[in-house]
Structures are given as structure tokens and as C-alpha cells.
Design a protein around this ligand. Structure first.
Ligand SMILES: [Zn+2]
Length: 372
């Protein structure tokens, strides 16, 4: 583990709180915001007439095989409105800091949402750990492939998978950049950081439950990590608990993907050389499924200074990447989210719902491609 000073610096950079010049508008089309009065959640806006078959946010192309088309159908079922419902519920608990009473409400909400899908074969588990006297709880939902679409009757399951694909987001929040903020008492809504990623994972559980399961040859594990804001203590504890050889073929992390009024941009953090192939899979999925993340910027992360839940996996030698709206200084395609880690990271700061949806689609497309 790195010295605290290095970690603090890295957090600062991740938050894009470095000194910024005035942003230069990079696009003439403002991104829709869920929280803005003009936001459109259910219907995409477009300056040009939409093609008849493929809506603006819909997926238009993949290789001509049935498996690919099933993935396209699954991605198109991801609902921005449902993700937004989850985001409002997660921010509505007040704070998801593990020292705050709202944290238990968030845990209950995540378990309730996953529990409602247990019928489809999801296995839901918790892992508890303690960091400096603070109890932490990671929540996992895993699903195996099935031989036919679930119809309510007993169906013969596929043999248990020997490999797994992990998709993660941290659900805890913090607001320690607000002066005088008290962890146990004060709000930490954490809308962008990281109700956006957490809500996407909850929606993945819903859309994976049917159809696409016939193609799964790897187990899919959705990990809701705690304690990321305490320097990835939840994910770190989980990686430490894993048996070797690792069953994970890949670990994909989603963290802060709803803010960017300028561009549908993501940074793609990849950890050590073992993650290069996974990085290329994400780039490929962005093209193959016409997701439309642009720019999609690969960034090499050589050590744990990159404070994201992908780090402990990558450093352990598991192919690992993180998708983040920006990891580093502001530039012409990222103006900086100055509400990050403050009491003002509220749902109205989700300034780019289209980016949020695209990030969700890219994450799930990559996971399903790797799992089939
Ligand atoms: Zn975060």
C-alpha cells in the first residue's frame, strides 16, 4: 500500500480538482442532464432525424451472429429511467459513508433490489471486514449460464463455470472536501461518485436475468464494494481473500460516469501489462457495438496510486480496467466536476445522462463478450 501522501495526491487527480482553466466548449450539442429541467430520460434528443430502426442511443452494429444480436438486445434493454430511479434512492439515504446511518439504508436497498431477482438464479452474498474500527460490507450478486431462457419451470443448469467475470462499482460515498464535514452526521450524497456506477450495476442484474444467460460460459459477478473512499479497503480485502489460482478472467470497474457537459468521453485505466488484452477488448466493444464513447482514452496505471477498485485486482495480476469520466487534469473535453467529494455531489450534477448510459452499455457489452 502506498504512503498516504501519494494516495491523497492521486485522489486529487482522480477528482479532476487540479487547477483548471476555463473550459473550451468542444461540442455544439450540450449533453442531456438527468437533473436538469430540460433533461429527457426516456427519449433521446437529436438534432437530426433519427433513423427508423436505430434510435440515437441504440446500438446499430455487431458481427452477424446470433450471440452478438442477443447482446445487442440486452444492451438496448438497459433503462436510463431505471438507473435514475436507483440513483435517486441511493442519494436519498443522505450519506453512504460507512460511519453514517444512511449507509445501512443503502445496503438494505441494494440487497432488496438484488433479492427481487434471486428467482432468476442470482446468488447474493456479503463480505464483511473492518478498517480502523469502521465496519465495511461488500455485496456480491453472481449468476451462472443457463441452458434456456428462464420460464419459471426447473431448467437444467449448465455445469458451474470455471471462470468468472467481475463487474464492480463502489457504493460508499464521502464529502470530506466540504469544510467541517462530519462523517457520522452530515450528508454525502455521492451522486456522480458513485451512485452512477452502482445504479448501472443494479440495472445489469435486471437485464442479464433473461435471454443472454444462454450464452454465458463464465459466471458474472456483480460486486458492490464498500470503503473505496477509504482507499479501496473493501475491494482490497476481497482480493486478499481470493484463492489462487484466480478464477477471474477480468475485473471491470465503473466509477464516476455521469458528469461531463462537454463530451461523451471516458478514460480507460488499465493495470500492468496483464491488462492490455482487456483494454483492447473494451476498445473493440466500443466499436463492435457502436457504443459511441468518444474519446475513449486508455491510460496505463502502473501502481496503486490510481485510487479505484480496479487497482487491487490489477496489482494482483488479474486483468483489470476502470472506466471513469476523467482520471487526471481537466482538458478541452473535461471541465472538472467540482462537487466531487462534497455535500453538493447531488443528482442534478449528473450533467450527461447520455454518457452515463453509454458507459453502462460499454461495461456490460465488454463483460458479456468476455463471458460468452
Ligand atoms: Zn468513486
Amino acid at each position: 500500500m502506498r504512503a498516504l501522501g501519494g494516495l491523497v495526491l492521486a485522489v486529487w487527480l482522480c477528482a479532476c480538482e487540479a487547477v483548471a482553466t476555463a473550459p473550451t466548449p468542444a461540442t455544439s450539442t450540450p449533453a442531456p442532464a438527468v437533473g436538469s429541467p430540460t433533461a429527457t430520460i426516456s427519449a433521446p434528443r437529436s438534432a437530426t432525424p433519427a433513423p427508423t430502426r436505430a434510435p440515437m442511443w441504440g446500438l446499430q452494429a455487431c458481427e452477424p451472429d446470433a450471440a452478438c444480436n442477443t447482446i445487442v438486445d440486452t444492451l438496448n434493454r438497459i433503462s436510463l429511467a431505471k438507473m435514475n430511479d436507483h440513483l435517486l434512492a441511493l442519494t436519498g439515504v443522505g450519506s453512504r459513508d460507512p460511519r453514517h446511518p444512511g449507509h445501512a439504508k443503502a445496503v438494505a436497498y441494494i440487497k432488496e433490489q438484488l433479492g427481487a431477482l434471486a428467482y432468476y438464479g442470482w446468488k447474493i452474498e456479503s463480505q464483511r471486514t473492518v478498517y480502523q474500527g469502521i465496519p465495511l460490507e461488500n455485496i456480491f450478486a453472481s449468476i451462472e449460464g443457463a441452458t434456456a431462457a428462464w420460464s419459471g419451470s426447473i431448467i437444467p443448469p449448465l455445469p458451474p463455470s470455471t471462470t468468472s467475470i467481475l463487474v464492480s462499482a463502489h457504493y460508499d460515498s464521502i464529502a470530506n472536501r466540504t469544510p467541517g464535514w462530519r462523517p457520522a452526521l452530515d450528508p454525502a450524497p455521492g451522486a456522480d461518485d458513485n451512485a452512477t456506477g452502482t445504479a448501472a450495476l443494479l440495472e445489469f442484474a435486471r437485464v442479464i436475468s433473461q435471454g443472454v444467460r444462454e450464452q454465458l460460459r463464465s459466471r458474472i459477478v456483480l460486486a458492490f464494494f464498500d470503503g473505496e473512499e477509504l482507499f479501496f479497503k473493501g475491494s482490497g480485502a476481497y482480493v486478499s481473500s481470493l484463492e489462487k489460482p484466480y478464477r477471474y478472467k477480468a475485473a471491470i470497474n465503473l466509477d464516476m460516469v455521469g458528469f461531463n457537459p462537454l463530451a461523451d468521453r471516458l478514460d480507460l485505466l488499465w493495470y500492468t501489462d496483464v491488462s492490455a488484452g482487456l483494454r483492447d477488448e473494451v476498445m473493440k466493444a466500443n466499436r463492435l457495438y457502436s457504443i459511441g464513447i468518444s474519446p475513449l482514452n486508455p491510460q496505463f496505471a502502473m501502481d496503486g496510486n490510481t485510487i479505484m477498485d480496479a487497482a487491487p485486482f490489477g496489482l494482483a495480476g488479474i486483468p483489470s480496467i476502470a472506466l471513469c469520466q476523467r482520471y487526471g487534469d481537466n482538458d478541452s473535453t473535461f471541465p472538472g466536476n467540482y462537487t466531487f467529494h462534497t455535500v453538493n455531489d447531488t443528482p442534478d450534477k449528473i450533467t450527461n445522462a447520455r454518457l452515463w448510459l453509454k458507459a453502462a452499455k460499454l461495461t456490460l457489452a465488454t463483460a458479456l463478450e468476455l463471458a460468452r
